[in-house]
Design a protein around this ligand. Structure first.
Ligand code: HEC
Length: 269
């Protein structure tokens, strides 16, 4: 379904890339419109849904998520998302917010991991998935705080380096790398501004605005969804939800986005 939407893009990534042209001056008008929308963001509605889900006793084990440690202690949400991805000793891996949610929803609540993954990314115009709402609620508890992804654990550092490598690496049948669409200022595909993530400001925008309300889908979208969509544009194999490829890229982008002030939900086209 999701892919149908992009049939226009199915011309092939090569053709797509050829269309990525320098932004014209109207680019600024688009950003003004976007800013106005942020002030009245429908995505706000999902914060309350996520909050309810967080405190409800759910799953086969009938537990809430209050015992979930997002890095600052069980149930401590203030500022937690601003420091993710990070290393967790109980799983001995670096997790982003969404993979951490999977960990807690399976371990504490007894949900089936496969089932969660299957539903994690909702359909356009739906009421959204539990994980989308939870990720937004938890991240919103960092609003106004600064992104602060540290690389103090060796595994965090390794994740960062892997993300850096993946960001610049070209791969797949079209020989595409993230950097080709996101490595220069003022690039565009059609009317979409492509954020230059090699700049501090670009990385900061990414690190501080997800989950975001996506106007074209009428739902809240998460970083996992965003990366999945870009990977599809690159004609790479589907990105498996919550796996290291995405966590590495998120670690890379968020660390470089440090010191941005969190403000979610963002509002995206
Ligand atoms: C073929 C071009 C293309 C490639 C290659 C590509 N993307 Fe994207 N990316 C896009 C488009 C188009 C958007 C959406 C822009 C919009 O909606 O305004 C986007 C948006 C994003 C965003 C959200 C930016 C924001 O608004 O906060 C992130 C993060 C991102 N891409 C990461 C990546 C990563 C990481 C890779 C490599 C795995 C990648 N992209 C590869 C085209 C690309």
């Amino acid at each position: 379904m999701e892919k149908m939407r992009s049939i226009g893009l199915a011309l092939g990534a090569v053709a797509l890339f050829a269309m990525a042209a320098p932004a014209m001056s109207q680019g600024n008008d688009l950003s003004v419109g976007r800013k106005m929308l942020v002030e009245d963001n429908p995505g706000d509605l999902w914060i309350d849904i996520g909050k309810e889900l967080f405190y409800q006793k759910r799953g086969p084990k009938k537990a809430s998520l209050e015992q979930c440690d997002f890095g600052l202690g069980a149930g401590k949400l203030e500022g937690a998302a601003a420091r993710m991805p990070r290393y967790f000793a109980d799983t001995d891996r670096v997790e982003d917010l969404e993979s951490r949610l999977l960990t807690c929803m399976t371990r504490l609540q007894g949900f089936d991991r496969k089932g969660l993954v299957k539903q994690a990314i909702s359909r356009p115009r739906s009421k959204g998935s539990d994980i989308e709402a939870l990720a937004l609620y938890i991240t919103s508890r960092s609003n106004g705080m600064k992104v602060n992804v540290t690389l103090s654990h060796q595994k965090e550092y390794d994740m960062y380096k892997a993300g850096e490598y993946l960001f610049y690496r070209r791969s797949g049948q079209t020989d595409f790398g993230c950097v080709q669409c996101h490595g220069e200022p003022d690039k565009r595909i059609r009317l979409q501004d492509l954020i230059n993530m090699t700049s501090k400001a670009g990385a900061q925008e990414v690190a501080s605005t997800w989950p975001a309300y996506r106007g074209a889908h009428y739902v809240v979208r998460t970083m996992q969804w965003r990366l999945n969509d870009c990977v599809w544009q690159m004609r790479l194999p589907d990105l498996e939800y919550g796996t290291d490829y995405s966590i590495a890229l998120t670690t890379f982008l968020n660390h470089r986005g440090n010191d941005a002030v969190m403000q979610v939900p963002g509002f995206k086209r």
